[in-house]
Design a protein around this ligand. Structure first.
Ligand code: G3P
Ligand code: CA
Length: 268
């Protein structure tokens, strides 16, 4: 198979398929990730939760309720229990214009299954979600990365980025493997600013920052870029916003519509 995706090391602007091409297919399912690749997204974005029996799965919420036909917290369910759930029908009901029969009955993938399916040619942008709820999540993540040879014997990787809102979680990863490239996420409630001091402290462990697009401006991006950090805002779904992000100096962004972002990149 011919993959055209490029990592942050090869390309200036990276197109991150947010939860897969989740504008068109049920988020965090194999078809959503496949569509992300077909639409030439550079990275598959994966949010991680951990099951009762310690398996890492691709899911955004702590609860299975929104994206499956089940109920309850991931941490209270075993992988076997989660595997019985339908992770696609909700999408067909919510987005009839994009509904497909094949989405019915889709299963929640484990991180391992995603690696098995997409291999080492694909790039992965992996988020430790709610790390305070899942002690040992970082250790398990590093184990899976190693088992699937996403990191080499020296601990280096070409195709994985780790992201988190939790600085603590990123520092845990950094302590275990200082060579893994990390991105510090931010969720601002108000118009955001960032100081040289903050950026210097981020630079000690991370290679980039990812804030919510709606609360930043050109000055914020300038500050980040002046420190040589990557800048990947989320989640940018409108053409005009994508353009704005590029004009401000974003080095990539998270989008539910990787096809649209590629068109914007081409025009830019
Ligand atoms: O990881 C970047 C962005 O996805 C963060 O927001 O809630 O979609 O995981 P969320
Ligand atoms: Ca995410």
């Amino acid at each position: 198979e011919n993959h055209s995706n490029s990592s942050i090391y090869e390309k200036k602007i990276v197109n991150v398929a947010h939860r897969g091409a989740s504008g068109y297919a049920p988020e965090h399912t194999i078809p959503a990730y496949q569509l992300g690749e077909q639409m030439k997204g550079d990275y598959i974005e994966i949010d991680l939760q951990m099951t009762k029996d310690g398996k890492l799965i691709a899911m955004h919420d702590e609860k299975v309720d929104r994206t499956t036909n089940g109920t309850g917290l991931v941490k209270d369910l075993t992988l076997a229990e989660i595997k019985k759930l339908d992770a696609g029908s909700w999408f067909n009901e919510k987005y009839p214009q994009f509904a497909k029969t094949k989405y019915k009955g889709l299963v929640v993938p484990t991180l391992e299954e995603v690696f098995k399916k997409f291999g080492r040619q694909a790039n992965y942008y992996i988020e430790t979600k709610s790390p305070e709820v899942y002690p040992g999540m970082e250790k398990e993540l590093l184990k899976v990365l190693k088992d699937y040879k996403m990191v080499d014997s020296k601990g280096r990787t070409k195709n994985v980025l780790i992201q988190s809102f939790s600085k603590e979680s990123l520092l845990k990863v950094h302590d275990m493997n200082p060579k893994l490239p990390l991105v510090q996420l931010f969720s601002y409630k108000n118009q955001a600013t960032i100081s040289d001091k903050e950026l210097e402290s981020i630079k000690e462990y991370a290679i980039g920052v990812g804030p919510n697009f709606t609360k930043i401006d050109g000055q914020y991006v300038k500050m980040v870029r002046n420190h040589g950090l990557q800048f990947h805002p989320y989640t940018v779904n409108e053409r005009a916003d994508m353009k704005k992000a590029l004009e401000w100096g974003a080095t990539g962004l998270f989008t539910n519509y990787p096809d649209v972002f590629n068109e914007v990149i081409k025009e830019y």
